[in-house]
Design a protein around this ligand. Structure first.
Ligand SMILES: *[C@@H]1O[C@H](CO)[C@@H](O)[C@H](O)[C@H]1NC(C)=O
Ligand SMILES: *[C@@H]1O[C@H](CO)[C@@H](O)[C@H](O)[C@H]1NC(C)=O
Ligand SMILES: *[C@@H]1O[C@H](CO)[C@@H](O)[C@H](O)[C@H]1NC(C)=O
Ligand SMILES: [Cu+2]
Length: 263
């Protein structure tokens, strides 16, 4: 069952498209500073690379540019690995990314107690997670290698997106993922029915994967710039944007980029 929040959120998204044209920082933005590893929520930026330091754009401002550094791991997230710990996780287990909403002016937000009622994914749209193996040291890895997709958060009832109003998105590290050090990249879109208008919320966690391995991850994509801007996983055809009844196109939505590697 879908909550009335999600119905409200669908209506709010029409408004946010209008707000977007005014190009003002608005509330409703969010980021994913908390990783859930083995069912335990981390501190803010404990395993997630901190982003946005040194600028008014702050930690949780959306990324609009599909070809800029921020599309890899968030603003400046290619360079903040040395500020971040690395979580140990076993292949086959889940990693979660928990949302924190921005303040109204999108400034740097000091960590505070989690509020389960209000700290939710605030916009309407899909999510996905990707992994990329560090060729050497993980802290200095800038994410310029190959990425494979490990999961999507779609619209499983064909009508409403699954993630808005939830506290987090969870993904499974595929069972046969080769052991080693990886960036796990989460993305969530404030999806738009208009070309090149979708907001991206992106963060990366650092993990060390253990397990038997044996799999060959793929197909691969590069960030930034790996997406085709005309992909209907990035914007959504008008007919699917605000369905009045469940639609197969939305139910079967697979997201932008490559297919999911399940291991
Ligand atoms: C994500 O996993 C955590 C446990 O690790 C669970 O408490 C939470 O309900 C899950 N969230 C969703 C949206 O499935
Ligand atoms: C990224 O870092 C540089 C300095 O290293 C800083 O000038 C810039 O404002 C930062 N960008 C953001 C969005 O924080
Ligand atoms: C998409 O929009 C951004 C501004 O938000 C602009 O810089 C960029 O050139 C646009 N790209 C395309 C392909 O239209
Ligand atoms: Cu927003």
């Amino acid at each position: 069952m879908k909550s009335s929040f999600q119905k409200l959120a669908s209506k709010a998204s029409v408004l946010s498209v209008l707000l977007l044209q005014a190009a003002k920082p608005a509330d409703g933005h969010y980021g994913f500073p908390i990783a859930i590893i083995n069912g335990v929520a981390s501190e803010w930026w404990e395993f997630t690379r901190p982003v946005g330091f040194g600028s008014y754009t702050g930690q949780f401002f959306p990324i609009y540019d599909w070809t800029a550094e921020g599309q890899v791991c968030g603003f400046n997230g290619t360079k903040t690995g040395h500020l971040t710990g690395t979580a140990k996780i076993e292949a086959g287990s889940e990693i979660g990314f928990r949302a924190i909403p921005a303040t109204y002016n999108d400034g740097i937000i000091a960590p505070r107690a989690y509020n389960f009622k209000n700290d939710v994914i605030g916009h309407v749209g899909p999510g996905a997670a990707y992994m990329s193996k560090a060729p050497g040291d993980l802290e200095s890895y800038e994410g310029d290698g190959d990425w494979f997709k490990i999961g999507v958060s779609g619209a499983s009832d064909g009508m409403y997106w699954d993630s808005p109003g939830k506290n987090e998105m969870n993904f499974t590290i595929p069972k046969t993922t080769p052991p080693g050090k990886y960036l796990v990249r989460v993305e969530h879109f404030n999806i738009s029915p208009y070309y090149n208008s979708t907001q991206q919320f992106i963060n990366c966690a650092q993990v060390e994967v253990s397990g038997a391995g044996g799999g060959t991850p793929g197909p691969m994509i590069k960030f930034p710039g790996g997406y085709d801007l005309s992909d209907p996983g990035i914007w959504l055809p008008r007919a699917l944007f605000y369905p009045k009844k469940p639609m197969d196109g939305l139910k079967n939505w697979k997201g932008a980029g490559p297919v999911v590697w399940t291991g």
